[in-house]
Design a protein around this ligand. Structure first.
Ligand code: PXG
Length: 461
């Protein structure tokens, strides 16, 4: 293990002097100092003070096969020595990228046989927007350009990604491009009130139909959504939701885009969230679990309906990135998928880890602070509330209790993220039943500590 060059404090000072962090209040971070993560193995990371922490967020929803896989480091090194980079623009290609494209076509739904490579999930969604609009131009309907997505959805942080996403606070900071509209999300716990869950799912799905008719079907290009919302707070839709969305997109012939950046590559106990939820999308943005985060890479899986038109009628599709199909990333992605196949990791999620997590996670619903505990595959959430019966939010600005809880988790060896006052997890898919037990026990402890803080007046000012 490489020795660290500086002390924790020195790293913190240099960090705040020069490093602008994503989604971070720099002034607050400067006061506190960043936590410095130095090494990792399996489902654990270590910080520069030697603390061992169970990473129940898999990095950032991405280290699906777990940390410490030398095989991925070796394959990256071999590829870098052989051919570190070559582009795929001018009628050229590289072997690992071709092999990966073929592999992706084999694990994707049957009607998805092509992939456009990108460097991230945001770029995958940008690619989607440009390809969808080009598709309708080629179909002779250029006015079909509006994309409908959902409030509180997350699709990235580029201009298109943030506009497609439904995070109001992101739109406020840098605007939103035209031609994208948002409908309600299927968030029964927070927005369903007394309505029956499945009725709610149907009613919210039908907002898509209302919106299509409102805008005019001749102007609507596509509907975009995550199978299960991740960054928005692990929002698992009622069972009635996706079949109704599918019916509506079929009825009006608009394209259906399932953003698989989080749900893809085994997270739901199937290769893709669309498989688990019975969705038949035309396009699927992917990233994260594609390489298990070992190197950056994203892509857009393209179904035959769109691929046939773009490939045969478009001429040059004027789109692409320097790193589209990067050979070292492709080699890592390919080996990552091969390891998942070899070790049966998707089966492990479906048959072992997800059922165990579902059982243990449900216990958290008994805690005084928890209004709901939900899970699907290896994503899960708990809703914190002062009143289990009414599911009321905490008084004042949301997110304060989530923050307290998150800090207790860090201090007690668990990474669990707060989205407002919803605590969420998305652990590495290789997590074992005993590690799940440890995760849940730590979560209980941190809920107790959070409750004690509230009782001691943490919210009183
Ligand atoms: N789509 C989805 C569904 C995502 O979750 C992106 C696209 C964008 O991917 P890139 O690779 O451009 O970041 C994401 C990313 C969080 C958090 O706080 C979630 C993401 C990224 C950063 C933070 O939960 N998801």
């Amino acid at each position: 293990m490489t020795e660290l060059k500086y002390s924790t404090k020195e790293y913190q000072d240099k960090d705040s002097a020069h490093f602008m962090h994503p989604f971070t209040d720099s002034a607050e971070l400067e006061k506190k100092g960043a936590r410095i993560v130095t090494k990792a193995d399996g489902v654990y990371v270590w910080d520069s003070e030697g603390n061992k922490i169970l990473d129940a967020m898999a990095g950032l929803w991405c280290v699906n096969i777990g940390y410490g896989r030398d095989e991925l480091a070796d394959v990256a090194a071999e590829q870098m020595k052989q051919l570190p980079f070559y582009n795929s623009f001018f009628q050229t290609t590289t072997p690992p990228t071709v092999e990966l494209a073929e592999k992706l076509a084999s694990i994707a739904p049957d009607h998805m046989n092509h992939v456009f490579f990108t460097g991230s999930g945001s770029e995958s969604n940008d690619t989607m927007l440009r390809m969808v609009r080009r598709y309708w131009q080629l179909k002779g309907e250029p006015q079909k350009s509006v994309i409908i997505s959902r409030k509180n959805g997350y699709h990235g942080s580029t201009v298109a990604g943030a506009s497609l996403g439904g995070m109001g606070f992101m739109h406020e900071q840098a605007g939103k491009i035209p031609g994208i509209v948002h409908i309600d999300q299927p968030y029964w716990y927070a927005e369903g009130g007394d309505e029956d869950k499945n009725e709610f799912g149907l009613r919210i799905a039908r907002k898509l139909e209302e919106k299509i008719l409102d805008i005019g079907v001749d102007r609507v290009a596509a509907f975009l959504a995550e199978p299960i919302q991740g960054a928005g707070g692990v929002i698992i839709p009622p069972e009635t939701y996706w079949p109704e969305i599918q019916r509506i997109t079929n009825k009006y012939g608009i394209l259906l885009v399932a953003d698989e950046v989080i749900c893809g590559f085994g997270r739901t106990g199937e290769w893709f969230g669309s498989d688990a939820l019975g969705i038949k999308p035309d396009l699927m943005p992917i990233a994260k679990g594609l390489t298990s985060g070992y190197l950056p890479m994203g892509g857009l899986l393209v179904g035959d309906r769109v691929a046939d038109v773009i490939r045969n009628e478009c001429g040059e599709f004027a789109h692409g990135f320097t790193y589209s199909g990067h050979p070292a990333s492709a080699a890592v992605a390919l080996r990552n998928i091969e390891i998942m196949e070899r070790e049966g990791i998707v089966d492990h999620v479906r048959d072992v880890a997800a059922p165990h997590l579902a059982k243990r996670w449900a216990e958290l619903a008994d805690h005084e602070l928890v209004g709901e505990a939900r899970s699907f595959g290896l994503v899960a959430a708990i809703e914190l509330t002062p009143n289990k019966e009414t599911r009321a939010p905490f008084p004042g600005e949301g997110g304060r209790v989530g923050y307290i809880c998150r800090e207790h988790c860090f201090a007690n060896g668990l990474i669990m993220r707060g989205v407002g006052d919803t605590m969420i997890i998305s652990p590495p898919l290789v997590i074992s039943p005993s590690e799940i037990d440890e995760l849940v026990e730590k979560a209980k402890l941190c809920l107790d500590k959070t409750l004690a803080d509230i009782k001691a007046g943490a919210l009183d000012d």
